[in-house]
Structure formats: structure tokens, C-alpha cells
Design a protein around this ligand. Sequence first.
Ligand code: TIU
Length: 230
Amino acid sequence: MSAIAALPYPWDLPTPDSGNTVALVMIDMQRDFIEEGGFGSMLGNQVSRLQACIPAAQQLLTAFRELGLPIIHTQEGHQPDLSDCPPSKRTRGNLTTGIGDSGPLGRILVLGEPGNDFVPALEPLPGEIILPKPGKGAFYNTPLQEILTQYQATHLILGGVTTEVCVQTTMREANDRGYDCLLVEDATESYFPEFKQATLEMVRAQGGIVGWTASAQTTIEGLKAHYGTL
Ligand code: TIU
């Protein structure tokens, strides 16, 4: 039976004595995407709708912390000299204030700027991995593969923003690298509700062509049952 009981398919989490584990990959829960004045709002999006996924993301973080399982927080951003930002990314979009320009939250999508930090409710704790990434996918130009190998992670649980951009890109990349992936439905959000819905449906279509989806509650119940704290 699946370790996450409500899933209609097997999603067998590694047993603790196997040496393998499941990691939480929380994608880009940054002010730049979720608060006014950052990259997301400069692109013309209604950023407040992303706040809906914060409570479930918090619940996931709490559960992983309680269970002592690895947590990785990704952070989309560029070096201050923008040497890692391709011109195609700088010039595309509805931007009046673009990547590297100064906005109300500091320089847009630049590492170390106030807007590039995590939203206060989802700040990483000491010991958790913070993974800056220049692209949409979390494997591109980052040590994510090596980090997951060190943890002996075989399974990934994903949340974060935005569902069809950075979350889906990362999930597809992870799937190709052999990770068993689960996207947590209420711990992810998009500026476009129809894109979120389509993403959830397309990842689990065809018998889980990219992975599976479940609610935070189902996921956490499954994790706690599996790792023996229920
Ligand atoms: N624009 C948009 O939907 N997303 C991004 O630019 N980055 C992430 O998804 N993190």
C-alpha cells in the first residue's frame, strides 16, 4: 500500500533503515513573487493570490522539521552584476522596471536584496539548505543534484511558486533525474488559477507521467504514519 494512503497509486516512501529519504523542496517563496513591488508585480501580476499557499507550505515545513527530514528552500535571483542573467530573460516580459533595476523592495530579482528574501512566514531555519538559482528550474546551474545525493534522497515533495513556472520546471527536471515526485496541491500557487489546475492535472496524467499530487493534510498524515509518529 502507498505510504500516502489517499493516493490511488503506490508512492512508497523509503524506509528509515534503507538510508534513503524524502526531501522537501520549497520553491521560491520569496517577496519578489508574493509581495507588491517585486518581480511578480513588475510583470503585471496580481501577486496577492499567491499568499493562499503560505499556510499549507508552513504546515509542510513544520512536519518536515518535526520528522527531521531534509528541507531545501530555493531562491530565484541573480548576482548583483547580472552576469548569470541571460539577455533573453532581462528583456522579456511586461516590465517597466526590469531585473536589476531598483524598485520598492530593492533591486528586482537580485540576490541579497530585500525583495529577494523569503516571505517572513516561511523563513528557513538554521541547518536548512538555501539554494539560490538563476533559472526557473532548480537544477540549472546549481548543486541541487549533489545536495540530494548527499542526503540520499530518492523522493521529493514539492511546494512553492509559481506552479506552472519554477515548480513545474523543477519537477520535470527531477523526474528525468529519477526522483519520485509529489506536488502538494495547496502548498503551491499561480498567478493564473487555470494554469495551476492544468499543471496539477498534467503532472499526474498518464499514470503519473511527471509524478503525483496530494493535499498537504494527506501528505503530512502519510509522512507521519510512515515515519512512525502518529
Ligand atoms: N513569473 C512567474 O510566474 N514565475 C517566475 O518568474 N518564477 C518562479 O516561478 N519562481
